[in-house]
Design a protein around this ligand. Structure first.
Ligand SMILES: Nc1nc2c(ncn2[C@@H]2O[C@H](COP(=O)(O)OP(=O)(O)OP(=O)(O)O)[C@@H](O)[C@H]2O)c(=O)[nH]1
Ligand SMILES: [Mg+2]
Length: 351
């Protein structure tokens, strides 16, 4: 939806990204539409006239799903589903779907499940009232006068606190493990989704983690030990990508994973320099890193995919490189050696 305060073009760019997200979820895009309004309609978000229009378009295109780039309320979703007669998903719901498909480790799966229930809780409508039969079993229905909806909410809340407790336990184990690792220099690869973090991780550590032209290919942080060209030991950490308008409950449940980035000695902020919106990606990355509590001095920006740039090397600050061709990796190695031997000197001087 286009609102008056948005600069022209922004809506189309965001829809391009939504199409990428949709493709990453394994869903084909058959049509797209933009609605301009002064403000969202409280009940249908886009207004009922536009909703009717979309209903017709969806039926012509035989669409199963209508995806919105903005977040909708539970009421809006059910109202829209009535009008368009297919499933309605908002941006957060779509990202959750991708995360659910990708989560592998117990921690990631627990985080995603927690985020999903937190997302569901305020969106429970009468459509959902089968939860107690699905998950609760016998005897979960509350006392006299408790509606099915209230019973469902209660079940969700109970599951949420159970997952929160489970997550705390997992985090504790991980903290112990990370304390053991503290002797080595840790370098985290962070940045916008699809920037090439996993490709660079593989290149630097000769690992074989999944790198794909998909958004959110990586959900689980991965660590791997290697050495710089002078033999200094380092541990690289591959991490989950950032995205603009990341649903806040997802951010909250992934906070502990992201907090791992703060403990790194250095964060390589990887930016896909060949992407038309690389400036916005850089900005989003800066905001997320600041939000996690990473110091500016702890960040080194690397401009990846320079092989895909039509006009050669970028002139901006930061380190230009290509994780695919290997261009710029020697310069990165030099920068890292210089940085960590300097820290070593400073520590020796201080001690
Ligand atoms: N041309 C070019 N493509 C690259 C380069 N580095 C990565 N890619 C491609 O970019 C896509 C995304 O790479 P990934 O390494 O999976 O990106 P990521 O940052 O780990 O992405 P997420 O895990 O989704 O956050 C893949 O298709 C890579 O082949 C590069 O230097 N040049
Ligand atoms: Mg990755």
């Amino acid at each position: 939806m286009s609102l008056p305060d948005q600069p022209p073009g922004v809506v189309e760019e965001h829809l391009d990204e939504l199409a990428e997200l949709t493709r990453s979820a394994g869903v084909e895009v058959v049509a797209r539409a933009v609605q301009s309004r002064k403000a969202p309609h409280p009940r249908t978000f886009i207004g009922s006239g536009k909703a009717e229009e979309l209903a017709a378009a969806a039926s012509t295109a035989k669409a199963d799903l209508l995806i919105f780039d903005d977040d909708l309320s539970g009421g809006q979703v059910s109202k829209l589903e009535d009008i368009v007669d297919c499933q309605v998903l908002d941006r957060s719901g779509l990202i959750l779907e991708i995360f659910q498909q990708r989560a592998e480790s117990r921690e990631a799966r627990t985080q995603v499940e927690l985020a999903r229930l937190q997302y569901l809780l305020p969106r429970l409508t009468r459509r959902w009232t089968h939860l107690s039969r699905q998950v609760g079993g016998i005897g979960v229905r509350g006392g006299e006068g408790e509606t099915q909806l209230e019973a469902d909410r209660r079940i969700l809340r109970r599951q949420i606190s159970q997952l929160e407790r489970e997550l705390k336990k997992i985090e504790k184990t991980r903290k112990v493990q990370s304390r053991r690792r503290r002797q080595a220099t840790v370098i985290a690869l962070a940045g916008y989704t699809n920037a090439g973090k996993s490709t660079l991780f593989n290149r630097l550590t000769k690992a074989k983690v999944l790198a794909e032209d998909r958004l959110f290919a990586t959900l689980d942080a991965r660590l791997r030990r290697t050495v710089l060209s002078d033999g200094s030991p380092v541990v690289y950490a591959d991490t989950v990508g950032f995205i603009r308008k990341l649903p806040h409950h997802l951010v909250a449940s992934f906070r502990s994973t992201l907090a791992g980035i703060r403990e790194a000695d250095l964060v390589l902020h990887v930016v896909d320099r060949s992407h038309p919106q690389w400036r916005e990606h850089l900005e989003v990355g800066r905001e997320v890193l600041a939000d996690i509590g990473v110091d500016d001095g702890q960040i080194l920006v690397v401009y990846n995919k320079i092989d895909a740039l039509p006009d050669g090397l970028p002139t901006s600050d930061g380190l230009p490189l290509s994780a695919v061709t290997g261009a710029g990796l020697d310069a990165l190695d030099e920068a890292l050696k210089e940085r960590f031997s300097r820290t070593g000197d400073a520590q020796r001087a201080a001690g």
